[in-house]
Design a protein around this ligand. Structure first.
Ligand code: NAD
Length: 484
């Protein structure tokens, strides 16, 4: 029998132990699992392994809470969201520290901005509304389009941006009148468990629950009869399982999945000045970024000087524990991903591709450290070009003709993001418009915002997060036709 702890417990939030948050209570579990610190390869903490029954309890509580939460006005829900943002703000430093410890990302340059952006996101979305639209009106009738909440939303999140990607879902789902159960990645559950814990002192019981555990909780959620929608961020392979499983209950789905984003540096680009942006676009978060630059196409006219300057910039970075203020590139988040990225390095070596930086893992070093690796002009059919590496390896690939590079960039089952760089903005935009992706940045990198839709084409996604379009996906359109 699981112990139930009152959510007002006064023990310090960040000393452990960790709890599930279900129906306004902090709940212990019989089973637990290890969460590793990727910078040391050592166990950081034990996380609660929620059972199938506990997930059911969370869904039942969310279903019950929906009855009243969905009836609140936008203004009332706004007050709750703002109070939640304030409560998170109070624990901002601890959340960021915990994020670095479990995820590995540098504290000052990555973890703190992730927490700050998440809190800001909640505040901004709290101010957004989906008004009733009059879609037709004449002498005899009026037609109104309402957007009603769906019910219980299940959020399934990955390990690369565990705070941001979860709160991207929480804020619009709750604001539009849904309730939510989050299942974080088993690799990074701790920060999510803590912000779930904080939520229990702000929201009515059942509005936001967090259940951590193994991957098996995912299929339970996607098949659950009382979950109306799954908002999923993760790999394309898992996303396909989600689609199959959700069919049984005709769930709404938003899927944010893998990518193999191309950056195209045009012949007229001021390439020297953009090297830092390109480097961080590829290597930020140790390359574990769905919209990271995974293929960097440069024009042959500046091939050698570009590669030299890129490598020179890369050499100035320090690989290490994200708690070290001098470190700019952290470890890969988990052993599974570390092994996957090493397979890319093995493949690069086995095929004789030219490595101009990195390439060798220091076997004597504890933790999951992969050095920043730059591969000079691998063939288009190389694994590092065709597949998502999701690690700190960047292939710099040479092209001659713009038409050809556009074709190569589009020749992918993925279609998440991309970027185009050139002095002539109009010409760069024309190239951007030819890319088959959900997002494309022109002469900037990774700008995002609450009113900017974020989502993938092809096998990178279904639907969008962010923007009015993303918020609408947490609602059902409901047409009301009234005779005057
Ligand atoms: P993953 O697919 O392995 O896991 C994602 C989540 O799905 C985890 O919470 C996991 O426990 C859960 N899960 C596992 N099996 C499941 C199943 N059968 N049914 C339901 N849920 C299941 O992905 P990951 O390794 O955590 O994340 C990396 C991937 O995520 C990369 O491919 C990356 O490109 C992608 N990603 C995409 C975006 C985006 O916005 N498009 C953002 C971040 C990451």
């Amino acid at each position: 029998m699981a112990a139930v702890i009152d959510s007002t417990t006064s023990s310090r939030l960040f000393d452990g132990p960790y709890f599930l948050s279900i129906a306004g209570k902090l709940v212990q579990t019989q089973a637990s699992f290890d969460v590793m610190n990727p910078a040391t390869g050592q166990v950081l903490a034990k996380a609660p392994a929620g059972s199938a029954e506990q997930l059911d309890e969370a869904v039942a509580a969310a279903k019950s809470a929906f009855k009243t939460w969905s009836k609140l006005s936008y203004d009332e829900r706004e007050q709750y969201l703002l109070a939640y943002a304030d409560a998170l703000q109070t624990h901002r430093d601890e959340l960021a520290l915990l994020l670095t410890l479990e995820q590995g990302k540098p504290l000052k340059t990555m973890a703190e901005p992730e927490v700050d952006q998440s809190i800001s996101w909640i505040r901004q979305i709290a101010a957004r509304r989906i008004p009733v639209e009059i879609v037709e009106e004449n002498d005899s009738h009026i037609v109104e389009l309402h957007h009603t909440p769906l019910g219980v939303v299940g959020a399934i999140t990955p390990w690369n941006f565990p705070v941001l990607l979860a709160l991207w879902k929480v804020a619009p789902a709750l604001m539009t009148g849904n309730t939510m159960v989050i299942k974080p990645s088993p690799f990074t559950p701790l920060t999510t468990l803590r912000f779930g814990q904080i939520a229990q002192s702000v929201f009515p019981a059942g509005v936001l629950s967090v259940v951590s555990g193994g991957n098996e909780l995912g299929p339970q959620m996607t098949a659950h009869p009382d979950i109306a929608k799954i908002s999923f961020t993760g790999s394309t392979e898992t996303g396909k399982h989600v689609i199959r499983s959700a069919a049984g209950t005709v769930k709404r789905l938003t899927l944010e999945m893998g990518g193999n984003d191309a950056a195209i540096v045009l012949p007229d680009a001021d390439w020297k000045s953009i090297i830092p942006q390109l480097f961080w676009g590829a290597i930020g978060n140790s390359g574990q970024w769905c919209v990271g630059i995974k293929r960097l196409y440069i024009h042959r006219s500046f091939h050698q000087p570009f590669v030299s300057a890129f490598v020179e910039y890369a050499r100035q970075q320090k690989l290490g524990d994200g708690l070290d203020p001098e470190v700019t590139v952290g470890p890969v988040q988990n052993k599974m991903q570390f092994d996957k990225v090493r397979e890319f390095l093995d493949d690069i070596k086995a095929n004789g591709q030219k490595v101009v930086l990195g390439g060798e893992v220091d076997e004597s070093r504890a933790g999951y450290f992969i050095p920043v690796t730059v591969v000079d002009n691998p063939p288009e059919n190389a694994r590092i070009v065709q597949q998502e590496q999701f690690g700190p390896i960047v292939p710099i690939i040479v092209y001659d003709e713009v038409d050809d590079v556009v074709e190569r960039a589009n020749d992918s089952p993925f279609g998440l993001g991309g970027s185009v760089w050139g002095r002539d903005t109009k010409a760069a935009v024309a190239v951007a418009n030819r890319l088959e992706t959900g997002m494309v940045w022109v002469n900037e990198m990774h700008t995002q915002g609450v009113d900017i839709p974020f989502g993938g084409h092809k096998q990178s996604g279904v639907g969008t997060e962010g923007g009015h379009e993303g918020r609408l996906l947490f609602t059902n359109p409901k047409t009301v036709l009234i005779k005057k």
